[in-house]
Design a protein around this ligand. Structure first.
Ligand SMILES: Nc1ncnc2c1ncn2[C@@H]1O[C@H](COP(=O)(O)OP(=O)(O)OP(=O)(O)O)[C@@H](O)[C@H]1O
Ligand SMILES: [Mg+2]
Length: 333
C-alpha cells in the first residue's frame, strides 16, 4: 500500500542578492534584489508502506529539499505531496506525530541537557504512554548501547554517541515514517554498521517506512530495497538496486587481457580499449558481445593471450557514472 505520493513537485527558492561593500550592504537593506534557484523541477514518485528507499543524487540535487517538504518543514512552490493521507506542510501537528526526521548534520537533542532530559521532554511533547516509553528506552539502551550516555549533556558526546542518542530519541514515539538525511555522515565503519543494523531492525520489527539519503553507497546497498536517483531537481531512476546493477554491469563489462610478448597497441572495431601497465582493458556490452567473441577475435588477429580477467563495475562505479553523465540514457542503460 502506498504511503507517500508525490506529484509534479516543484520548489524554487527565492534568495536575496547580497553585494559586496558597505554602501552596497546599505542599499541592499533598503531595496532588496532577488534571485531564484529551482531546486526541484517536477518530481513524481511514490513510496509503499514498509519500504526502505534510498534517495540519492549528487550534491545540490534536491534531496534535502524533498525531505524537508515531505516532513512538513518546507512548502513546495507547486505540486502535491500526500503522506499517510495528509498534506504534511498543511497539517504539521498531525504529521509530526507520525514521522521522524534525523539529519546527520543537525541534532534533535538539546545541546546543554543530559540526553535523558530530552527523552523525557519528548515523552511529554508526543504524549508517549509510560509503558511505551519504558519499553522503547529499554530496547534502545540495549540495541544502541546508550545506557552509559543517558546522564551526559549532548555537547559532551562524540559524533557516534550523539547519533545513537539521536536515533533513540527520534524513535521514542514509534513513528510510522522515518526520514534520514545522511544519518551516517562522519561515522566510523563500526558506528555506521550499528546504525544500519538499527535502521533495518526498526523496519523489520515495526514495518516502518524509511527514506534515506546518503553519499555512502554501502548504506544504500546494505539497507535499501529500492533507490530513487535525482539529479539537478529531476528524477532519473526509480527501481531496485539489483536491476540497476545488472543492467549497467551487463552493458559495461571490462575484459582485462595480458599478452605473451610485447604488444604496443590493440585495435578492435567497435570496442573501447585502454592500455595499462600489464595489458589492455576492453570495454564491452554483454547484451551484444560475449567474452568468447572477443577472445576469438584476438586469436584470429594472431595475438598470444597469456591471461585474462572479467570485471563488472560495482554499484559505486555505476552511481558515479550516472552522476557524471547526468542521466541514464547517456550511459545507455
Ligand atoms: N534555504 C535555501 N535557500 C536557497 N537555496 C537553497 C536552500 N536550500 C537549498 N538550496 C539550493 O537548492 C538546491 C538543492 O539543495 P538540497 O539541499 O536539496 O540538495 P541535496 O541534494 O540535499 O545536496 P547535498 O547532497 O549536498 O546535501 C541547491 O542548489 C541549493 O543551493
Ligand atoms: Mg542534503
Amino acid at each position: 500500500m502506498e504511503i507517500i505520493k508525490i506529484e509534479n513537485l516543484k520548489k524554487t527558492y527565492q534568495i536575496a542578492k547580497r553585494r559586496e561593500g558597505f554602501l552596497n550592504n546599505f542599499k541592499d537593506l533598503i531595496k532588496k534584489e532577488w534571485e531564484y534557484k529551482t531546486a526541484l523541477k517536477g518530481i513524481d514518485t511514490s513510496i509503499a508502506e514498509g519500504e526502505i528507499v534510498g534517495y540519492i543524487g549528487p550534491n545540490g540535487a534536491g534531496k534535502s529539499t524533498t525531505i524537508k517538504i515531505m516532513s512538513g518543514i518546507l512548502y513546495p512552490s507547486s505540486g502535491n505531496v500526500v503522506v499517510d493521507g495528509i498534506v504534511p506542510y498543511e497539517n504539521k501537528r498531525v504529521n509530526a506525530k507520525k514521522i521522524s526526521l534525523i539529519a546527520g548534520q543537525k541534532s534533535n537533542l538539546y545541546w546543554d541537557l543530559p540526553i535523558i532530559d530530552t527523552f523525557q521532554l519528548m515523552k511529554r511533547i508526543y504524549k508517549i504512554s509510560d509503558s511505551l516509553y519504558k519499553h522503547n528506552l529499554d530496547l534502545f539502551c540495549e540495541t544502541l548501547d546508550i545506557k552509559p550516555l543517558l546522564n551526559i549533556p549532548t555537547r559532551q558526546l562524540s559524533l557516534g554517541q550523539r547519533m545513537r542518542a539521536d536515533f533513540a530519541v527520534s524513535m521514542l514515539h514509534n513513528p510510522k515514517i522515518v526520514y534520514l538525511d545522511e544519518p551516517t555522515i562522519g561515522l566510523d565503519v563500526v558506528a555506521k554498521d550499528r546504525i544500519r543494523e538499527f535502521i533495518k531492525s526498526i523496519n523489520d520489527s515495526r514495518n516502518t517506512t524509511i527514506i534515506i539519503t546518503s553519499h555512502d553507497i554501502v548504506d544504500i546497498e546494505k539497507i535499501c530495497d529500492r533507490v530513487i536517483i535525482i539529479d539537478n531537481g529531476e528524477l532519473i531512476y526509480s527501481g531496485d538496486i539489483k536491476t540497476l546493477k545488472e543492467q549497467y554491469s551487463n552493458k559495461n563489462c571490462i575484459m582485462h587481457v595480458k599478452f605473451d610478448g610485447n604488444v604496443e597497441s590493440l585495435s578492435l572495431e567497435n570496442y573501447i580499449i585502454e592500455k595499462d601497465e600489464d595489458g589492455f582493458c576492453i570495454y564491452f556490452d554483454r547484451t551484444i558481445n560475449t567474452p568468447s567473441q572477443i577472445l576469438y577475435k584476438l586469436l584470429e588477429d594472431g595475438k598470444k593471450i597469456f591471461d585474462f580477467t572479467l570485471t563488472e563495475p560495482s554499484l559505486e562505479d555505476t552511481i558515479k557514472m550516472i552522476y557524471k553523465n547526468g542521466c541514464l540514457s547517456n550511459i545507455n542503460l
